[in-house]
Write a protein that binds this ligand. Sequence first.
Ligand code: FAD
Length: 421
Amino acid sequence: MGLSRRQFMQWLSATTAAAGAGFSPAARGAAARVVVVGGGFAGATAAKYIRMWAPDIAVTLVEREPEFISCPLSNRVLAGVVKLKDLTRGYGKLQARYGVRVVQDEVVAIDNAAQQVQLASGQVLKYDRLIVAPGVDLLPAEVPGLPEGSERILHAWKAGPQTIALHKQLEAMHDGGVYAITIPKAPYRCPPGPYERACQVAWYFKAHKPKSKVLILDANEDVVSKKGLFTKAWTERYAGILEYRPNSEIVEVDAGAMTVKLAFEDVRADVLNVVPPQRAGKVALDAGLVNANGRWCSVDFLTYESTAVKNVHVLGDAIMAAPQMPKSGHMANQHAKVCAAAVISLLRSQAVSTQPLVTNTCYSFVSDKDVIHVASVHAYNAEKKTMEIVQGASGVSAVASELEGQYAESWGRNIWADMLG
Ligand SMILES: Cc1cc2nc3c(=O)[nH]c(=O)nc-3n(C[C@H](O)[C@H](O)[C@H](O)COP(=O)(O)OP(=O)(O)OC[C@H]3O[C@@H](n4cnc5c(N)ncnc54)[C@H](O)[C@@H]3O)c2cc1C
């Protein structure tokens, strides 16, 4: 029997009052409920690990896309070495093996007073703890002159149709053409990602269109990640093909002329790949979780609970990261595990761990097979209430190698299995 609108409103206000009165799941005599917004590296991992470590907790994961497509390794699609379908995985095992209820929908509003989220379909989900892991929104409006939704000037900074479209643009470009990638000021998603992309395009040109050029227009003062190793690849492997220009902040894009206007010059490209500035996903902004630089969500690094809104945890690229903590899939996966353990403890009124330790490894392909990495370990500093690099436990590859290429491919398969398998 369906509820009338009036009955529904009565139910809603009754449940709202109960939540407002602070009824715990135990007092309700029901299983605790966790809702996770976003099924990327952070959200999917958190959902799975809560169920794995605490099968008594009911977990619902809301993800708007039907399948997960990995950004890591997606730069290889541009070189034609990998297909996007090789980087695509389903959400079925989360449900079948771990009992995560996976809902394909979009969270359009968070009402923390009522402890519920509203979905685009109209469905309402109640929670005792909410985990928000929406990744980043790209902000083309912050690049003067860049048309929103342009099909010609792509970002391809979320793996999907744009990745394939950019690959097709490179294939269609004449030999002797110019590909230019613009990099926004840090912090942005995946610090080494744009430099890896430039290497992939340069490798493709060297193999298939040797008269063509790659231009990196970096708004930053210098290479943000793995500088020595990338510079070596550019000078030794791609001399005469790839050029790096620091301090190249975009003044304006002239989409018609396919030109980027910089402070002192105009740069024309045949394929223009503008990676715009970024911010935590809109759902976090709308919920009042964005409280750092108007872009990111500050969290307590012991629990990943928002410092702006109690009871709501934020993970992955959306957070205001600790110093030297990259916005990476690996790091998002680590946030998720610390948060999963903390959420379980909080729901059981137990103490949370005060010594979280997280790690990161980012591999970058500098050719079709050769890879370099950067790795770091980050421990909690109780005095400063932040995560800090553990000295002596971090580093980069000595040289690019095929062996690291095999590690990188294994890393991908392992992390996808860890979050979804
Ligand atoms: C080209 C490129 C290469 C990269 N290479 C690497 C690499 O080699 N190694 C590495 O570790 N990292 C890499 N990264 C970075 C990595 O992709 C991100 O750091 C990672 O995806 C962040 O995870 P996340 O869970 O925060 O966000 P995401 O993985 O983006 O997941 C967020 C999810 O939330 C969903 N969502 C958002 N809002 C809503 C809503 N309102 N309702 C429902 N669902 C919603 C989105 O659809 C999305 O699936 C790379 C990134 C790029 C672009």
